[in-house]
Design a protein around this ligand. Structure first.
Ligand code: PGA
Length: 259
């Protein structure tokens, strides 16, 4: 199962995950990172900034999880713009090496396959950062997504559209479709790091970590992965039945195991 690390707050989670990413970049300057958007991964990107000072990031490669379909890439809420603003620019990455799925409607039926091919050509993703939606989605794999799914177009649930409406002027501006890495794509990454903060994520986290494997809760797919780490604050951990065991395990973790 996933390793669950319960930390005191989002900043502590950010520091923990950033340390691991820095270790990867130092070990392999061409490391391939799986990047996530949303508010959850922001503490990781913030913690990375000072830690990457003086580290050569010019060859780091990255793949975003998802993109809205039909949004102008220049729109401030396209995931291309978000990744550029929150990750590429602050960390000084090479924009040409950081990809997001192509959400332009023209030829959309091929964009998923193209993205899969690009990930394969890069040698696969080393560390995939994940958030989780209140409905249990990872990437934009909404409930019902196949565990074998690859990058493709999905229809967003109304709940996700409402959750994301805060980024737009009006709910009607939130796109109805997205193109997202599939659960099968995500499961191919070598290390999954799922983060969640706050009471609102507690049910989704409990379902993903301890619930039955179910396409109805796409985050539960992480249980199939041999190296998945779930980093949560106390509030997001509050419905985990075995929270005390996870704390005990992490406190007694052998140093050599790393994250
Ligand atoms: P959030 O979104 O980080 O903005 O809460 C998570 C997600 O939808 O995956």
């Amino acid at each position: 199962m996933a390793e669950v690390v319960i930390v005191k707050d989002a900043a502590a989670a950010g520091a923990l995950v950033a340390e691991e990413i820095v270790r990867l970049v130092r070990a392999d300057p061409e490391v391939v990172l799986g990047l996530a958007t949303g508010s959850t991964p922001l503490p990781v990107y913030e913690a990375l900034r000072p830690r990457l000072d003086g580290v050569d990031v010019s060859r780091v490669r990255g793949f975003a999880l998802d993109e809205y379909v039909g949004i102008d890439p220049a729109h401030p809420e396209s995931y291309r713009s978000v990744i550029t603003r929150e990750v590429v620019e602050p960390l000084g990455l090479d924009p040409a090496r950081i990809r997001t799925p192509d959400g332009s409607p023209d030829g959309i039926e091929h964009h998923g396959d193209d993205y899969e091919a690009a990930i394969r050509a890069a040698g696969g993703i080393h560390l995939q950062i994940l958030g989780i939606g209140t409905d249990g989605h990872i990437g934009f794999n909404e409930p019902g997504s196949s565990f074998a799914s690859l990058t493709r177009v999905k229809t967003l649930t109304e709940r996700t559209r409402l959750d994301n409406a805060r980024f737009f002027d009006a709910i009607d501006d939130v796109p109805r479709h997205c193109i997202t890495q599939g659960l099968g794509t995500i499961l191919r990454a070598r290390h999954l790091v799922l983060l969640a903060f706050g009471e609102g994520k507690a049910d989704a986290v409990a379902g993903a970590v301890e619930g039955p494997l179910s396409a109805s809760l796409p985050g539960s797919a992480i249980q199939l992965h041999p190296h998945a780490t779930v980093v949560v604050d106390e509030a997001a951990a509050s419905r985990l039945e075995h929270a005390d065991y996870y704390r005990y395990t992490f406190e007694n973790k052998p140093e050599w195991q790393g994250l």
